[in-house]
Design a protein around this ligand. Structure first.
Ligand code: NDP
Length: 248
């Protein structure tokens, strides 16, 4: 596992957006960031799931979060611009954004990839990430030091049979991360991508339905890397692919 000691209150006074915050890894990241003192902005598709994470954050005694219900499949550039304006109005800046939401599409032989699924995966996993990053960067630059974190995968730098559109979308995510990281080098914004590794969530269950639950990490197990990238301990880290389940 990524070797980082989480310290209490290490995210105090930070405003952090988490996408896909209603379930899986995003839900755990939102709970953990809030527990460490951040005010989290929960973005996701299913409002009821976001409300339940909101309740959990209140129940653990953390600062009240904000909720942004948004379906990345249908959202336009204007949605991201409006969303960012709301964040800046309410909080004055953004210190971190964990772009975690994505979809698996389908695992299928390459010649049988459905056109619509290809387009949906590219829309949610690539175009939406790009439009959101474009809109969020001015808000992130209002912070003294900001962290933009994309989410990649084991198939994001090494292609794998049957992983089709998802694998290609994660290569694109890493490309996007590298382009932005290079452009903002020597600024207050750092940009990286995290590879969670095999983690027990709905997505993992869909991809590996027969896998025993003990063969993948729990979302809480991989939080050290997620916290590290948001704290000032990672200030010098830019343009990197960070593996949450490998030793630093
Ligand atoms: P889950 O499927 O468990 O959760 C995905 C989250 O993204 C959900 O909260 C979901 O919201 C949200 N989401 C999906 N589609 C949209 C959309 N159109 N608009 C807004 N939100 C959306 O996935 P994981 O937690 O497993 O994955 C998190 C990230 O980690 C992903 O980027 C994934 O590719 C990556 N990853 C995961 C691995 C694993 O083993 N779990 C391994 C490698 C990478 P809702 O529930 O409302 O649909």
């Amino acid at each position: 596992m990524f070797n980082y000691q989480i310290t209490a209150n290490s995210l105090a006074n930070k405003i952090i957006l988490v996408t896909g915050a209603g379930d899986g890894i995003g839900r755990q990241a939102a709970l953990t960031y809030a527990e460490l003192g951040a005010t989290v902005i929960l973005l996701g598709k299913t409002t009821a799931k976001l409300e339940s994470v909101y309740d959990e954050i209140i129940a653990q005694g953390s600062t009240e979060p904000a909720i942004i219900p948004l379906d990345l499949k249908g959202a336009t550039k204007q949605h991201y611009i409006d969303m960012t304006a709301t964040i800046v109005n309410q909080f004055g800046k953004l210190d971190g954004a964990l772009l975690n939401a994505s979809i698996l599409g389908e695992l299928t032989p390459y010649t049988q990839i459905h056109q619509q699924i290809w387009q949906d995966v590219m829309q949610v996993n690539v175009t939406a990430q790009h439009l959101m990053a474009q809109a969020l960067i001015p808000a992130l630059l209002l912070s003294d030091n900001a962290s933009l974190v994309f989410t990649t995968s084991g198939v994001g730098n090494s292609g794998k049979a049957y992983w089709g559109a998802y694998s290609v979308s994660k290569f694109a995510t890493e490309g996007l991360m590298q382009v932005i990281a290079d452009e903002y080098e020597n600024t207050s914004l750092r940009v990286n991508a995290i590879n969670p590794g095999a983690t027990r969530t709905n997505m993992r269950n869909t991809a590996y339905p027969a896998e025993h639950e003990n063969d993948s990490a729990k979302p809480v197990d991989i939080m050290p890397a997620y916290v590290y990238l948001m704290t000032s301990d990672s200030l010098a880290v830019n343009g990197q692919r960070v593996n949450a389940q490998k030793a630093k």
